[in-house]
Design a protein. Structure first.
Length: 375
C-alpha cells in the first residue's frame, strides 16, 4: 500500500525570558536538540495523543518572530524538507536538527545575530502528519495549545539549565497563534496597516492588499513587495501652510523608516509603485536634464532628529528658477551614501551634496531647491 503524503503542521515553542536575561547561545548542538525534542514530544503527547502518529521535527535554534514570519515561511520549509529525508521510524519518529562543528545543517536554520536580543525566543517545530490525520490533528492542536499549551516542568527546567536563563513562561503555540500574537503587538504600537500587508504576503501572496499608513500614505502589497506612494505625491494633497507641510513631510519619512525597518526584517521589499527595489532608499525620477539649464546639483533636505529626509536633484535656469529632476528618500542612515551615488550616476554629476539645513519647498509647496546660487 502506498504511503500517505505527509502534511506539515507548524508549531513553535515560545520562551518568554525574564527581564535582562539573554540565552548563552542561539543554537543547540545535535545532542542537545535531540534531548529537547524528546521532552517536547512527551509534552505534546499529553496535550494531543494523536501527535504520536505524526513525525515530530525540531530545529535547535532560537529565533525572533520576524525571522519565522517571512514570505514562504523559509525556516519551517527547511525544517520540513530535512525531516522528510529521514527514513520513517528513525528515532521513534522524533527528529531534531542541531549544530555540527558550530553550524546548523542549512542556512535558513541559522538565527541572525541582529535579532538575538528580543524578550521572546522561538524554537520552530513541525509535525508531519499523514494526510488522513492532518485535518483533525491541526484542529486539536489549535484548541489545546491555546488552552493548555504550557511546556512541562522538565522541559522548562532543561531549557533554563541549558540556555542559562530564567523563564517567565515557556509554551507551545501553533503558527496561527504566533501570527495572532504578532498582530496584536503591531497593533499596540500603531502599526496595524503594516500588519495587514505582512499578513497578505504570508498567507495570501497571490492577492493584492491595499491600505493606508497612520499618517495617510498609500501602501499596497503586490507580487512579493510593498509598493508605497511617493512622499512627494502625498505632499501635493496637503494643506497650504508651508511650515506645517514641511513638518508633515518629516513625519511621513519617519513613519516610512519604521515601516522599512520592519519590512526588511520580514524580508519584504519596500518600493515606490512601478519601480524596482533599492537597498535602503526610495528614488523617484521626475524628468531628464535639460541642456538649456545649468548642470544638475544635489540638495539635502534636513529635519531635526531625522537628519537628511530627502535629496533633490535640480537644475537652475535664468532668474534662479529651479527645475526639479528627481527626489530620493534615505530610509536608514547607511543608505544616504548609496542614494547620493545613484542619483549622481543617473545624471552624470559629481556626488557633491549641498546641505540645506531644513526642508525647502517651492512656491507650489513641493520639495524644491534654493533659487540663490550655491557657494
Amino acid at each position: 500500500m502506498e504511503a500517505q503524503p505527509l502534511v506539515a503542521l507548524p508549531v513553535v515553542l515560545a520562551l518568554e525570558l525574564s527581564p535582562g536575561d539573554t540565552p548563552s547561545h542561539r543554537t543547540l548542538t545535535r545532542d542537545e536538540a535531540a534531548e529537547l525534542a524528546a521532552l517536547v514530544a512527551a509534552d505534546l503527547h499529553k496535550l494531543v495523543p494523536q501527535v504520536d502518529e505524526a513525525r515530530l521535527a525540531l530545529a535547535g535554534a532560537l529565533f525572533d518572530a520576524v525571522e519565522l514570519l517571512r514570505p514562504g515561511f523559509p525556516v519551517w520549509g527547511t525544517l520540513d524538507e530535512l525531516a522528510r529525508r529521514v527514513p520513517r521510524g528513525h528515532l521513534e519518529n522524533v527528529v531534531a536538527f542541531g549544530t555540527h562543528e558550530g553550524h546548523m545543517p542549512a542556512q535558513p536554520l541559522e538565527p541572525e545575530a541582529a535579532f538575538a536580543d528580543g524578550p521572546m525566543r522561538l524554537l520552530p517545530i513541525s509535525l508531519l502528519a499523514p494526510e488522513a490525520l492532518a485535518g483533525e490533528l491541526s484542529e486539536k492542536l489549535e484548541v489545546e495549545l491555546v488552552g493548555r499549551g504550557e511546556a512541562g516542568e522538565r522541559t522548562s527546567d532543561w531549557l533554563m539549565r541549558t540556555l542559562g536563563v530564567r523563564l517567565e513562561h515557556a509554551r507551545y503555540l501553533s503558527r496561527n497563534d504566533l501570527l495572532a500574537l504578532t498582530c496584536v503587538q503591531y497593533e499596540h504600537v500603531n502599526l496595524a496597516p503594516l500588519w495587514s500587508l505582512l499578513e497578505a504576503a504570508l498567507l495570501t501572496p497571490y492577492r493584492d492588499e491595499a491600505t493606508m499608513s497612520a499618517r495617510g500614505l498609500g501602501l499596497r502589497y503586490h507580487e512579493g513587495a510593498v509598493e508605497v506612494q511617493s512622499p512627494g505625491e502625498w505632499l501635493r494633497a496637503q494643506g497650504d501652510d508651508a511650515l506645517q507641510r514641511a513638518h508633515d513631510l518629516a513625519g511621513i519619512v519617519f513613519e516610512l523608516r519604521q515601516y522599512a525597518a520592519l519590512l526588511d526584517a520580514h524580508h519584504l521589499p519596500l518600493v515606490l509603485a512601478g519601480s524596482t527595489p533599492t537597498a535602503g532608499y526610495l528614488r523617484e525620477t521626475l524628468d531628464t536634464a535639460d541642456p538649456r539649464y545649468g548642470a544638475p546639483s544635489l540638495h539635502a533636505h534636513e529635519a531635526a532628529g531625522l537628519g537628511v529626509v530627502a535629496v533633490t536633484v535640480a537644475q537652475r535656469g535664468d532668474g534662479g528658477h529651479a527645475r526639479v529632476l528627481a527626489h530620493g528618500y534615505p530610509l536608514h542612515p547607511k543608505a544616504l551614501g548609496p542614494l547620493v551615488a545613484a542619483l549622481a550616476d543617473q545624471y552624470g554629476i559629481a556626488p557633491d551634496l549641498h546641505a540645506l539645513g531644513r526642508i525647502v519647498l517651492d512656491t507650489q509647496g513641493q520639495l524644491g531647491a534654493p533659487s540663490e546660487p550655491l557657494h
